[in-house]
Write a protein that binds this ligand. Structure first.
Ligand code: NAD
Length: 355
């Protein structure tokens, strides 16, 4: 099969880590008989420098004409003083909106070889954990009505959490489908004891649950979920939640894995075309030094194979190559704790050797 992939390398370590993922995909293509064609487009600070805007039209068109999109990271001190709508990060919201991406999938997995990186007590994470957070990405309080007004006590500001049945139904379906491909356990997180929007959320999730009898589904209040994630993370398989709760809980979940350079993400919409990116930023402090951990981006490419192209064996092949490399003790500096470490290119070579 032939796949056209748009590459948005971006700034800082973006080009280095995307190049690593391209090398892994190319090696995988040779092994499995697929042709991956890569077309780079500018985004973020580099696009501001070259075209005077963070998200040029050609980049949006290139992404919309591709089969899927792999993004590095954007931003850096050079562009920090620009006004809000000219900042590199503005391009991220723009491209998600242009591609109609309403789902964000963020796995948080503790690799057995990296157990010592986990900040939780060893007895809590004895058996590891492997969580998939399904976060609604285009609704809720971040997009609701907001404003300033004169209130009872003078100046006041407000933001509104609003969810339609349609928005809840479509994210719930993604979550049930995701759970079906994993351990068939879904926990829907809300604040239904207080919020009207959460009560509709809960009602609609229960209705959709009836279509998926093979998936066990339960509810959890968000304050309890924040505690349970550090008390017993292994109880979670798939979590589905709203935009703001997902934003907060997915950062908490990533922290308990202990290694920011290891975590991929996927943003999906109605079509198979998705946007895949590591959860970390452009790490300007280590850019160009060969120190970046490319694994989050390589695992983002693995998610692309699974969720956009339906290539599960190929996706598993990347994940197990990463597992093997870590089990053999190879590390980049961020996870080496002062011990021996490999450069971005050298660890990529090790992963390719295991493909
Ligand atoms: P960051 O994630 O870039 O870096 C935080 C720390 O983690 C740094 O010490 C960095 O060296 C380290 N780190 C991050 N990724 C790493 C990797 N793959 N390998 C090894 N070490 C890694 O966060 P920050 O420093 O707060 O932000 C830097 C820039 O990135 C800012 O301009 C910010 O706006 C931008 N940013 C972009 C995205 C994105 O593109 N999606 C996300 C977050 C931040």
């Amino acid at each position: 099969m032939k796949y056209n992939i748009a590459l948005l390398k971006g700034d800082g370590i973006g080009p280095e880590i995307v190049d690593s993922a391209v090398r892994v995909l190319t090696a995988l293509g040779e092994k499995f008989g697929h042709e991956f064609n890569f077309t780079p487009y500018d985004i973020g600070g580099v696009a501001i420098d070259k075209h005077g805007e963070p998200l040029p039209k050609a980049t949006v068109e290139g992404c919309l004409n591709s089969d899927s999109v792999l993004l590095g990271a954007v931003g850096g001190p050079k562009w920090d003083t620009l006004p809000g709508n000219m900042r590199p990060e503005k391009a991220l919201l723009g491209i998600r909106e242009a591609m109609g991406l309403f789902t964000n999938l963020r796995p948080a997995k503790l690799y057995s070889a990296l157990k010592d990186d986990c900040p939780l007590r060893s007895d809590i994470v004895e058996n590891g954990f492997d969580i998939m957070i399904v976060r609604e990405l285009t609704g809720g309080i971040y997009f609701g009505e907001r404003g300033m007004r004169e209130g009872k006590y003078g100046e006041e500001a407000y933001d509104t959490e609003c969810y339609s049945r349609m928005e809840i139904e479509r994210i719930a379906r993604v979550a049930f489908e995701t759970a079906k491909k994993r351990r068939c356990n879904l926990i829907s997180i809300d604040k239904a004891n207080v919020l009207e929007s959460s009560r509709l959320w809960r009602k609609v999730v229960h209705e959709i649950a009836a279509e998926y009898p093979e998936v066990s589904c339960s509810d959890m209040l968000v304050d309890n979920a924040a505690m349970q994630l550090v008390r017993n993370p292994a109880q979670f398989d798939v979590i589905v939640t709203s935009n703001m709760f997902g934003d907060i809980l997915s950062d908490e979940a990533s922290q308990i894995t202990g290694s920011i350079g290891m975590l991929p993400s996927a943003s999906l919409g109605e079509t198979s075309r998705g946007l895949y990116e590591p959860i970390h930023g452009s790490a300007p402090d280590i850019a160009g030094k060969g120190l970046a951990n490319p694994i989050a981006t390589i695992l983002s490419a693995a998610m692309m194979l699974l969720y956009s192209f339906g290539l599960s064996a190929e996706s598993d092949c990347i994940v197990s190559a990463v597992d093997k490399v870590l089990s053999c003790g190879y590390r980049t500096a961020d996870i080496a704790h002062g011990g021996e470490s490999l450069s971005t290119d050298a660890i990529t070579d090790k992963i390719i050797e295991n493909i």
